[in-house]
Design a protein around this ligand. Sequence first.
Ligand SMILES: [Cu+2]
Length: 456
Amino acid sequence: MKRRDFLAAAGVMLPAAAITRAMAEIGQVQHNTGEATPGRRSEQGYMPVHTPNGWTLPHRMVDGVKEFHLVAEEIEHEFAPGSRAKCWGYNGTSPGPTLEAVEGDRVRILVTNRLPEHTSIHWHGLILPSGMDGISGLTQPPINPGETFVYEFTLQQHGTHMYHPHADEMVQLAMGMMGLFIIHPKAGEAVPVDRDYAILLHNWAMHPGTSRPDPAVMVEFDLWTMNSRVFPAIDSLVARTGERVRIRIGNLSMWNHPIHLHGVQFQVTGSDGGRWPENQWRSEVTEIVGVGQMRDIEFTAVPGDWAFHCHMSHHTMNPMGHDIPNTLGVDQSGIEQEIRQLLPGYMAMGEKGMGEHQDHTDSGHMQGPPNTLAMMMGVGPFGNIEMGGMFTVVKTRDDIAPGDFSDPGWYDHPEGTVASRISRNPDYGRPERRGRLAKAGSEALPTPKREGNHRH
Ligand SMILES: [Cu+2]
């Protein structure tokens, strides 16, 4: 965009004095590389945030103002290899690039709309003039297709924040329009972190066989994402043993997500309200991140491969039929033959649980609809991981260089520290058992006796 065009656009919302000042600065624009050197603090002294599967938007300094430029547009998105979709995002991606600044910075954010309909951007949780709040119709005119608007305000707080449209929200959020806005405290942090991750949670209705999210769905979503990716395509979160790690988690989906980390008791240290005073930090192993909320968790990294996931078990699955009949314990051997006459290759599933599912899909026995992921995926050093959705791994090793985010592979467990088989005999040992056991030899699960028929 030409400088003159920007100033014309800026004229919509900036006082004349600011434009004059900006014009005087033409030719004195400093370009910033955006992402600082990994593991190094920025010029302003903060440890840059790392957005797994994402990126940080470069800015430039214009007249002492940090200037960012977001472009709302349709994108080709991949949730994981095997599932692509036409989505909407910013600057080519969903989530849009992370914006990063420091409390006290003055920021100018240009927003160009290349969508087929109008949009706006709301700076979720930021303290700013009402007219900069980005609510189409309420605080500003909509940004029509082809137009560029400018937002400008001074950052009066620090914390983990988000941006998203506030125009045709149901559609634009469902299509993937969202991003993170990280503001570091001006005074620095008394307890510094060595690694600072940022993750946005979302859900998508990608009906099997389709390639565009369905914005009308309210409950039955089939993709549950961290930074718009599903397991096993979500980057591992890497750390060196002993490092202090922060994971900032925001939720713009339609569900609350109890986020669980294995291996440590983390501290919940902050939110969109900023980093809390230390005496308000609390130890948890699962923290619910409600819709529209942010939570920061921090921990000291201990060696291993540690699962990090939503604890809603259907949120760690990829597409599945939620309305299928319950076949657990049902002998389907006859039915399978009959259905195969109508549907060649049909496989009865679920008689002994769904654990066999990944074997069938991985081996190609069971071909799902095109452009649709299998329900459970991922292969670890000990076999199938049988996960999907909001699941990834915190990988901590002793020999990771500061700022190295590359995946170190699977953990090499010290001798004698892995659970292992000691018998293949189901009658092994003398464990105490209570309650009503299923009949010997039956594969059926015990069925509780119902109360008698009370009709008289
Ligand atoms: Cu969840």
